[in-house]
Structure formats: structure tokens, C-alpha cells
Ligand binder design. Structure first.
Ligand SMILES: Nc1ncnc2c1ncn2[C@@H]1O[C@H](COP(=O)(O)OP(=O)(O)OP(=O)(O)O)[C@@H](O)[C@H]1O
Length: 302
């Protein structure tokens, strides 16, 4: 297994009765990546995630977490991962801190780690009020913190944006970024809200009708920027040295570019500045969610 790959999912098949739910589902999650798993209601996101947690056993296929086979060495593989599937199971009549301490005791977690996790919640004094008085976002932070007690390398979040307002979603993004940086973790999360996934994920995997489908062009375009330049003509060779010419569109004094990643944008900006081409304005091209949905799911329902 490639050192950069944390999770390998290969040809998972799962049926409920006569209904074939997962059809040869395969994908990988790399080290320190936040991967969004999208698909409409009933596409198979939760079923796939439950297979990853060994809560659902596929009829065929193979799952490896940090190089360990989930079916052959279940406990060792599952020790590397944590999950928040559906709403976090918290004791409502206990405080946040009591919830953390209870689970820490059951899992034999060190005092230092418990302190780190209390800090991670950013709940401060609110850790000492009952969970029944927490908002959705607070419950989610606490649930996430508890899932992290045993320092997993891979985190599965099923619809983590459910019930969060826009501020909550930004907070979640910060939390996930903080996790990647401090905990050396990889994250797979599901959603059917493309706009939200776009804000949270580094990469997107699409599933429809139990099959993984190619990431549509419109989603790739989430790295699209429109640059207004002092001279589009002069900029052309630099633009085409960092971006695929097919992904470049010239519009009078501006250019729209679908970069393959954020680094290519930085590289282009450096080249333009060095060559005295002024960047008068730069903004991200809006993703048209409806057309993405049509492109992704339009013809896939069989
Ligand atoms: N235990 C079960 N028994 C029978 N059918 C099931 C079971 N669990 C899921 N299904 C069916 O499997 C299909 C996929 O469900 P799944 O929950 O994986 O979809 P999803 O992509 O997570 O959907 P949503 O976005 O609505 O949560 C659905 O048609 C669902 O009805």
C-alpha cells in the first residue's frame, strides 16, 4: 500500500434483500486529506461508511485502513479510525466534561490526552453545563472531540453539516483544518449539500445509485478564478504554462482559469508579477450548483 494512502476501498458490494445497494464501490483516501463524499438521498453514502466502520458487512470487496484489512484484523483496523455516524451519542443529563471523562475512563485514555481533548472542544466553562443545554454545533464539537480521544488516523463523519448554520459550517471547516494540522489525520465526510462540501473538502468523491461516478467537470472547476489583467495578451504564455489551455477562457480584459490546485494559482501570480503584468482584480468563479447536479446525477438514475 502506498505510504500516502490511508484508506483503500475496493469493489464493495452490498445488497439488502434483492436490492443491490453498493455496486463495486472503490476509492482511496490519502494522508491528511479532507474528502467529501457526495450523492443524493439513498445513493449509498451511509452504507459505504458503515462498511468502513464494520457496522455493515459487504458481500464482497476489501477495505484497508492504514494498511490493515478490516475483515481479517477487525480490531487492529478499527483502532485506527473513529466515526460520527448520525447524531453523536452523548449523555444529555451529564455535562460535556463528564461525557469526556466517562468515555476516557472506558477507553483507558491518559490524563494529558483528556486535557488536550477538553481544550479542543473550545467549550471553556460550558464544558460544565449539561449537554441537554448545548446547541447543535456545541454537541457536534463535543461528539467530535470524544471520537478523537484515542488519536485515530482516519475519521468518518456522516453528514456533519446537518443542522449547522453558515457560521457553524465555517467553524467546522476550521476544526477540520486544525485536526489535519495537529492530529495528522485523514477525514471522509458525507453530505448531499454540494455547496457545503465545496467549502469543506479538498477533494470530492461522487456516488449515485450505489456506483462511484467520475467527478464532474463542474466540480473540478471549484479551483476556477477570474483574473482581470493589465494585458491579457502578455499574460497568455504564463497562463498556459501553469494551466491546461482547454481550461482557460479569455473574456475581454479578463481570463477565467480552472487551476488543478491552489499552488498553480500562486505560481501564476508570481510569474505575472515578475513580468510586470498587473492583476487588477481576482475572484473565484461561482460554482453553479444546479448544473453540477444535472451533470452528476442527471443521467445516472437507472
Ligand atoms: N438496513 C437497511 N435495510 C434495507 N435497506 C436499507 C438499509 N439501509 C439502507 N437501505 C437502503 O439502501 C439505500 C442506500 O441508503 P444509504 O443510507 O446508504 O443512502 P445515503 O446516500 O446515505 O442517503 P441519505 O443521504 O438519505 O442519508 C437506500 O435505498 C436505503 O433505503
Amino acid at each position: 500500500m502506498n505510504k500516502n494512502v490511508v484508506v483503500v476501498v475496493e469493489k464493495l458490494n452490498k445488497s439488502y434483500g434483492k436490492r443491490h445497494i453498493l455496486k463495486d464501490v472503490s476509492f482511496e483516501v490519502n494522508k491528511n486529506e479532507i474528502v467529501g463524499f457526495i450523492g443524493p438521498n439513498g445513493a449509498g453514502k451511509s452504507t459505504t461508511m458503515k462498511c468502513l466502520c464494520n457496522l455493515v458487512i459487504p458481500e464482497s470487496g476489501h477495505i484497508e485502513i492504514c494498511g490493515v484489512d478490516v475483515q481479517k484484523e477487525k480490531e487492529k483496523a478499527l483502532a485506527q479510525q473513529a466515526s460520527l455516524i448520525e447524531s453523536p451519542g452523548l449523555y444529555q443529563d451529564m455535562t460535556g466534561r463528564q461525557n469526556i471523562h466517562l468515555i476516557a475512563k472506558m477507553r483507558n485514555i491518559s490524563k494529558t490526552r483528556v486535557e488536550e481533548i477538553e481544550e479542543f472542544t473550545q467549550l471553556g466553562q460550558k464544558l460544565d453545563i449539561k449537554v441537554s443545554q448545548y446547541s447543535m454545533g456545541m454537541k457536534q464539537r463535543l461528539g467530535l472531540a470524544i471520537a478523537l480521544l484515542s488519536k485515530p488516523k482516519f475519521l468518518i463523519l456522516d453528514e456533519p453539516t446537518n443542522g449547522l448554520d453558515p457560521g457553524g459550517i465555517i467553524g467546522l471547516r476550521n476544526t477540520l483544518e486544525q485536526l489535519i494540522e495537529k492530529e495528522d489525520i485523514s477525514i471522509l465526510f458525507s453530505s448531499h449539500q454540494l455547496g457545503e462540501v465545496e467549502k469543506l473538502a479538498d477533494r470530492i468523491i461522487c456516488i449515485n445509485n450505489g456506483k462511484i461516478i467520475e467527478t464532474p467537470k463542474a466540480i473540478e472547476e471549484r479551483f476556477s478564478y477570474i483574473l482581470q489583467l493589465s494585458s491579457v495578451e502578455k499574460a497568455k504564455p504564463f497562463v498556459e504554462s501553469v494551466a491546461d489551455p482547454e481550461k482557460v477562457e479569455y473574456i475581454s480584459d479578463s481570463v477565467k482559469i480552472a487551476f488543478k490546485d491552489q499552488d498553480s494559482l500562486s505560481e501564476l501570480l508570481c510569474k505575472l508579477i515578475k513580468n510586470d503584468i498587473l492583476v487588477l482584480d481576482i475572484h473565484r468563479a461561482e460554482m453553479d450548483i444546479e448544473s453540477v447536479y444535472k451533470e452528476v446525477y442527471g443521467e445516472e438514475n437507472d
